[in-house]
Design a protein around this ligand. Structure first.
Ligand code: C2E
Ligand code: MG
Ligand code: MG
Ligand code: MG
Length: 281
């Protein structure tokens, strides 16, 4: 960076912009390496049937332990992955790792386990990668059936190019996978999409669920989503269920499944398997 003669302010501005760029670039390089190493892992959070307590699936959530040993949240590195295009290799890695985990669990159980794993797909990933063939290849590579796989998309992922996303979703659905609408209620909800797209599961965003016992407006929104889902024949999952009274209330309102710290935090592959064996015995 050249020293600015006229104005110290310009210099400071450039220095700052440079700093941000360097930090971003450092993170990008680190992330690139992490995808090829053990630094990136998947953790698995249980999703339970609210009536029986049975674990019906696990959501795969990416974790990155950087060179300093700090565990970074996906909210910090997924945006960087999206901006840099690294979301394509990261997404492929996550899919492979999730399906590999299903294969390992099926092996350990001696038969296909009665659970699914849900993998998150990002908007940019949908634009930049060939999702159906990528998913098919991962399933074939590990000998896992598509009925053990759920794909999660947010409303914003559909917003950019609904026809393109509709084709991808239809292909995934025809393949036998389950499709979930993630964080429902927070995006630019277009109800026509819900009706037009082959969505099986509606995940009600944590921001409505967690405060609904104390806030009448949140409760009203949760009720409205539940009734919409039921009218459209979709299964519902409440996100962010941290307390028993909340789980009971959701069940009474007709919500099918719950995910949250009450049922379990995201766990590594072996701990998740043990939890499933124990709970579903
Ligand atoms: P998400 O798909 O909505 O995942 C649920 C997030 O809520 C997870 O955060 C989970 O740890 C958190 N959570 C679950 N239950 C509770 C609860 O009871 N209380 C609270 N306070 N939080 C709860 P996490 O793991 O930090 O992931 C954040 C987001 O990053 C995910 O949101 C997802 O959009 C994205 N993400 C994670 N892994 C991947 C991935 O492999 N690929 C893509 N594209 N995105 C990912
Ligand atoms: Mg999700
Ligand atoms: Mg979510
Ligand atoms: Mg979320």
């Amino acid at each position: 960076l050249k020293r600015s003669k006229q104005s110290g302010r310009t210099e400071t501005y450039h220095a700052r912009a440079f700093d941000v760029a360097r930090k971003q670039f450092g993170m990008e390089t680190g992330l690139r390496r992490a995808i090829e190493s053990e630094a990136l892992t998947l953790h698995f959070q249980p999703i339970c049937d609210l009536a029986t307590g049975r674990i019906v699936s696990f959501e795969a959530l990416a974790r990155w332990t950087d060179e300093q040993g700090v565990c970074l949240s996906p909210d910090a590195f997924i945006p960087v992955a999206e901006e840099s295009g690294l979301i394509v290799p990261l997404g492929r890695w996550a899919m492979d790792e999730a399906v590999r985990t299903l294969a390992a669990w099926n092996d350990a159980a001696g038969k296909p386990c009665d659970v699914r794993i849900a993998v998150n797909l990002s908007a940019i990933q949908l634009q930049r990668d060939q999702i159906p063939s990528m998913v098919r290849a991962a399933l074939d590579r590990h000998g896992v059936s598509s009925n053990q796989l759920t794909l999660e998309l947010t409303e914003s992922a559909i917003g950019t190019d609904p026809d393109h996303v509709a084709r991808i979703m239809t292909a995934l659905k025809d393949m036998g996978a389950t499709l979930a609408m993630d964080d429902f209620g927070t995006g630019y909800s277009n109800l026509a999409h819900l009706q037009r797209l082959p969505i099986d599961l509606l995940k009600i965003d944590r921001s409505f669920v967690s405060g609904m016992l104390a806030d009448r407006d949140k409760l009203a929104i949760v009720r409205a989503i539940l009734s919409l889902a039921s009218a459209l024949g979709m299964t519902t999952i409440a996100e962010g269920v941290e307390a028993l009274d909340l789980a009971q209330r959701l069940a009474a309102l007709g919500c099918t499944q719950g995910q949250g710290f009450l049922f379990g935090r995201p766990l590594d592959r072996d701990r998740a398997y043990r939890l499933m064996a124990e709970r579903n015995a």
